[in-house]
Design a protein around this ligand. Structure first.
Ligand code: NAD
Length: 472
């Protein structure tokens, strides 16, 4: 077991000022594989001071200079792809195939996309008799969750550094190891001391201290809506900017005339990827009442191909969920669904057969789910798909928009025009039309309780900039 006692502050690994530690568990074996410091408010203060001390000089560097550093960072991510994937398998339980193709490769792609964006970005603009400079927002607090533990770090830290901001990162308790690996890659890329800092710790202690620190200018948070609301309140009191990427309860709407089998099969893959721990997962499949039983049968058949197993094995498509609390929560939601009248057509709340150890949940498909059922309203964050039926397009739109969230979605129709017309009525941030692919350059973020602000692409860079106008 690796026992880490240090934080990355001011360009070096320094001993945490606290004595408490956080155990890191492998969710497939339930073994403790490492421990990291449970950072204190003093650790956070040291990290924020280091970031503040570096802010002016880093903010004054040219985009070309930042590009050189970020290119080395991207190259470091490229060189460590296998180590990144193996670390995510060990601490999160993503199957190795998914960990390689998504958990390791996506952040590499996102980092690469920011090299292009930075190279082409106009940091000054002429508006009438004014020259407008896009200046860095200052010291950024980045607080991230565990489900895409490197992607969420890269989607904040890389554009923040590209904008000329300095950063203190507080990663999730469950997945600090890939964040520590990222800090080593940043270090090897030769960034000036204090430009990037890492403090591991418990959300209510280190996270809260970071969000409240008076020297932090902007808090970029990804996680639950409940914690996001708290952070926005704290940040509001300190007049800090906030960017919030929160939960989702996304609808995939299959309109009559669409390729039903493809739409349902893609939905099953979408919702079981990463054991359902994806904020954009299409957890509600909406099908016309005339095609409902056909869709349910297709989904049940597709679900049978997802057999939970050892995430380290290349044949495994579905690993465990991240921890025991999450496993119990997901199983509890399935029980609630049944109590509220849902029909289990695949999976169920029981432990999967032959897996006595590990935080496993049976991949589950629920039919006859009412739009106001608990599982159709609340984020489950596990491999659970609810299938709902609608009477006509207006009813489908009412159901699709009938939750507090608005992060993602899908629309399938006989043609793109019909699908786009429906999608324009959805209160949600990104919608895939007839199976459109994820685009890392497109703005990513939510409507309603799914968040404030956008990540990725040019919009993601601009989250970390602020304009200054000089008049002539
Ligand atoms: P969480 O909100 O509990 O934790 C997220 C981060 O916030 C962690 O680093 C945690 O330590 C920290 N934190 C917790 N309490 C805090 C506090 N009081 N002050 C400051 N920081 C605090 O969420 P989670 O359990 O890590 O992740 C699951 C949730 O995140 C789900 O609801 C999911 O939808 C959401 N999520 C959203 C996105 C998105 O992009 N919209 C992406 C991934 C996850």
């Amino acid at each position: 077991m690796q026992q880490h006692g240090d934080q990355y502050i001011g360009g070096e690994w320094v001993a945490s000022l606290g004595a408490d530690t956080i155990p890191v568990l492998n969710p497939a074996t339930e073994e403790v594989i490492a421990s990291v410091p449970a950072g204190t408010a003093e650790d956070v203060d040291a990290a924020v001071r280091a970031a503040r001390a570096a802010a002016r000089s880093w903010g004054a560097t040219s985009p070309t200079e930042r590009l050189a550093h970020l290119t080395r960072l991207r190259d470091g991510l490229a060189a460590r792809q296998q180590e990144i994937a193996e670390t995510v398998v060990a601490e999160l339980g993503s199957p190795i195939g998914f960990a390689t193709a998504v958990q390791a490769a996506l952040p590499l792609g996102v980092a690469g996309s920011y090299l292009d964006i930075l190279a082409g970005y106009e940091f000054t603009e002429q508006v009438g008799n004014s020259t407008v400079y896009a200046e860095p927002a200052g010291v950024v607090a980045a607080i991230t969750p565990w489900n895409y533990p490197l992607h969420q770090v890269v989607a904040k830290v890389v554009p923040a550094l590209a904008a000329g901001c300095t950063v203190v990162l507080k990663p999730a308790e469950d997945t600090p190891l890939v964040a520590r690996l990222f800090a080593r890659i940043v270090h090897e890329a030769g960034f000036p001391a204090g430009v990037f800092n890492l403090v591991t710790g418990v959300g209510a202690v280190a996270g809260a201290a970071l969000a409240a620190h008076p020297e932090v200018d902007l808090v970029s948070f990804t996680g639950s809506t409940a914690v996001g609301a708290k952070i926005a309140e704290t940040a509001g009191g300190g007049i800090k900017r906030v960017a919030l990427e929160l939960g989702g309860k996304s609808a995939n709407v299959v309109l009559p005339g669409a390729d039903l089998a493809r739409a349902v099969n893609v939905n099953v893959g979408n919702v079981f990827a990463n054991s359902g721990q994806t904020c954009t997962a299409w957890t509600r499949l909406l099908v016309h009442q005339d095609q409902y039983e056909e869709a349910v049968a297709i989904a049940a058949k597709a679900a049978a191909k997802y057999v939970p197993g050892d995430p380290a094995s290349p044949d495994t498509r579905l690993g465990p969920v991240v921890n025991a609390k999450q496993r119990d929560r997901v199983r509890g939601y399935i029980e609630t669904a049944v109590a509220e009248g849902a029909r289990v057509v695949a999976g169920g709340p029981e432990a999967p057969e032959g897996l006595a150890t590990g935080f496993y949940v049976r991949p589950t498909v629920l039919a006859d789910v009412a739009p106001d059922a608990t599982v159709a309203q609340e984020e489950i964050f596990g491999p659970v798909l609810s299938i709902l039926s609608y009477r006509d397009e207006a009813h489908a739109l009412e159901i699709a928009n009938g939750t507090a969230y608005g992060l993602a979605g899908g629309v399938w129709a006989a043609d793109n025009e019909t699908a786009v017309a429906f999608a324009r009525g959805m209160d949600t941030g990104q919608i895939d039309i007839n199976g459109g692919r994820f685009n890392p350059l497109a703005p990513f973020g939510g409507y309603k309780h799914s968040g404030v602000g956008r990540e990725l692409g040019r919009h993601g860079l601009e989250e970390f900039l602020q304009p200054k106008s000089l008049q002539f």
